[in-house]
Design a binder for this molecule. Structure first.
Ligand code: AMP
Ligand code: MG
Length: 434
């Protein structure tokens, strides 16, 4: 059984190839590698999420840019003083003679021209007068009525404390490309260039379907053998964090007709996440239901723990490209790990993000790990990012992949390679950020 599973890296490759094919089909700037599509082994027809929307600049944070941002003028638009001080000719200031203060300029004012042997008082952000090639700081100035000299213990270099016009950007330069997820710096840069609204990629709609006879809604009082549906709200939170728009469907029992109906009701979404019902149990009916709906399976099971039963594929639709789906194991931590590893990068690509990546980092293991090789493991852990000499990561004791209390005490997963039998205290290890 285990031999037929893909390894973690094979499954990761499979999702990456799918993303490349999607990006190529949508003309997106994502790191598409046309050659790699062949490796998919069959044709991929993928939903387009190319519809964009205009949003106010302040609301664009975290969205994926769907237009180019270009400089509408040189930046800075004038030679800008970076200090409060005196605009001068460096050679004249370095004589340490008293120089006549011929003028003054503050931010927002038009500048003038520096007479020979003069200085101008200048404020941070003001345009440097023509003829000046340096600004010396007010803290380094000796003043005597209308005359100023550079303090004799100091010198000033030509160019010092001046950013020349156009040094940051030239009018017309491409400053931010489509496909960038907008951070605060991008918002400020767009503002500087006069963009009060931005075209951003529409958030992909992600249908979330939890299955299981034992599930009741959060608001309900579960019977003695029932549990509350925690996966739907958790997956909705993960989807929103990854740039998608979650749509939680009503949880359904382990019954063929109910699963068939729920799958067909989700066909208009951009991505379908199903939780539960994909293990080997008698009432694990989801894979068969997906097959009845005509699914093409890209993988069915990956040699990872938790999350081994995870399924990836796409469903055919009438007059629409195929709908990608992930069927995630019902255990909450398995669902979370498989979402982060596989669904999150695909969702980022559907959202137009040009560099979707699972987020891995390096840390030093505090403690040791021993276990059987064979599966790549993602174990709940706590990383102290302020740890010395490197971030310190420690495993969280847990009762397996249903232990939400342990999961909530973690902030990452320790990655254990499929070959490892032992990791010693102090080793450098990979973590998956959660
Ligand atoms: P399954 O993948 O359906 O075999 O479920 C594995 C485990 O996860 C079982 O203990 C289920 O009760 C639990 N489980 C399945 N779905 C959910 C859910 N939506 N919320 C919380 N636990 C779940
Ligand atoms: Mg179940």
């Amino acid at each position: 059984m285990e031999q037929s599973l893909l390894s973690y890296s094979e499954a990761d490759d499979c999702v990456r190839r799918y993303i490349s094919a999607f990006s190529a089909a949508n003309g997106s700037p994502a790191n598409s590698d046309p050659g790699s599509q062949a490796g998919l082994g069959h044709s991929v027809q993928i939903a387009s999420s190319s519809r964009d929307e205009l949003v106010a600049l302040a609301a664009a944070h975290g969205r994926v840019l769907a237009q180019a941002i270009c400089a509408d003028r040189d930046q800075p638009p004038f030679p800008r003083s970076t200090r409060d001080g005196f605009a001068c000719r460096a050679a004249e200031a370095n004589t340490h003679e008293f120089l006549f203060q011929g003028g003054a300029v503050r931010a927002g004012q038009a500048s003038g021209s520096l007479g020979a042997g003069d200085v101008w008082e200048i404020m941070t952000g003001a345009p440097v007068p023509e003829g000046a090639d340096a600004v010396f700081m007010v803290e380094h100035a000796d003043r005597h009525s209308n005359f100023v000299r550079l303090t004799p213990s100091r010198t000033v270099r030509a160019g010092e404390n001046i950013v020349p016009q156009g040094a940051e950007a030239r009018c017309g330069d491409l400053l931010i490309s489509p496909g960038v997820r907008l951070a605060a710096a991008h918002i400020a840069l767009a503002a500087q260039c006069g963009y009060s609204e931005l075209a951003v990629a529409r958030r992909p709609r992600v249908a979330i379907l939890s299955t299981g006879d034992e599930l009741v809604p959060v608001e309900s009082s579960p019977g003695p053998s029932q549990i509350r549906n925690s996966n739907s709200p958790m997956l909705a939170a993960l989807v929103a964090a990854a740039g998608g728009e979650p749509a939680i469907l009503a949880a359904i029992p382990d019954q063929e007709a109910a699963i068939d109906a729920a799958i067909s009701s989700a066909l208009s979404s951009d991505l379908l996440l199903i939780s539960g019902g994909i293990s080997a149990g008698k009432f694990d009916l989801v894979e068969d239901a997906l097959a009845r709906a005509g699914a093409k399976f890209l993988f069915r099971g990956v040699a990872i723990q938790p999350g081994k039963p995870v399924v990836f594929g796409q469903l055919p639709r009438q007059s629409q490209p195929a709908l990608p789906f992930f069927a995630l194991p019902g255990n909450p931590i398995s669902s979370a790990v498989t979402f982060q590893l596989f669904a999150s990068p695909l969702l980022a690509a559907l959202a137009g993000d040009s560099s979707p990546q699972p987020k891995f980092a390096l840390a030093q293991l505090a403690g040791e790990w021993r276990g059987k090789p064979g599966l790549t493991r993602f174990l709940p852990a706590w990383c102290d990012f302020a740890g010395a000499p490197a971030p310190q990561v420690r495993l969280i004791p847990w009762q397996g992949s249903g232990d939400l209390a342990a999961f909530a005490r973690s902030n990452c997963f320790l990655v254990v390679s499929a070959e490892a039998e032992e990791i010693s205290d102090g080793s450098t290890v990979q973590i998956l950020l959660s």
